[in-house]
Design a protein around this ligand. Structure first.
Ligand SMILES: [Zn+2]
Ligand SMILES: [Zn+2]
Length: 119
């Protein structure tokens, strides 16, 4: 199906925006991603309302790096804050839904490259 290409790391995008150390955002252990529900060794913290949009103390979800990258590849912070500010809304967004149905079938610890273009 889709050809996955390497792109800049979305963590860097978010990190540059909030100037917070990336290592603070990693959780270790065996946990499940709140979006794709895969069990992975590391999760990252995603602010449902980006901190640029006053979401600093807002709700967060713990998600795998593949889902996290995909979110920031597909959506900008304005759209995230206004339309995709709950896990349910993110999951039901059509492009995200497509991604999740694909990624659920992938090995959790395989590095996933996200696709910037719509397939
Ligand atoms: Zn995930
Ligand atoms: Zn994020």
């Amino acid at each position: 199906m889709t050809i996955y290409i390497t792109m800049h790391d979305a963590w860097e995008v978010e990190d540059a925006a909030n100037q917070e150390n990336l290592t603070n955002q990693l959780l270790c252990g065996r946990m499940n991603c709140e979006l794709c529900e895969r069990e992975v060794e590391r999760l990252t913290v995603h602010h449902l309302i980006p901190r640029q949009k006053n979401g600093h103390h807002g709700p967060k979800i713990n998600i795998c790096s593949a889902c996290h990258r995909q979110i920031h590849t597909l959506f900008d912070n304005t759209r995230l804050a206004q339309e995709l500010n709950t896990p349910e809304k993110l999951k039901s967004e059509p492009q995200m839904w497509n991604f999740l149905s694909w990624v659920k079938k992938q090995q959790p610890n395989k590095r996933i490259k996200v696709n910037r273009k719509r397939s």
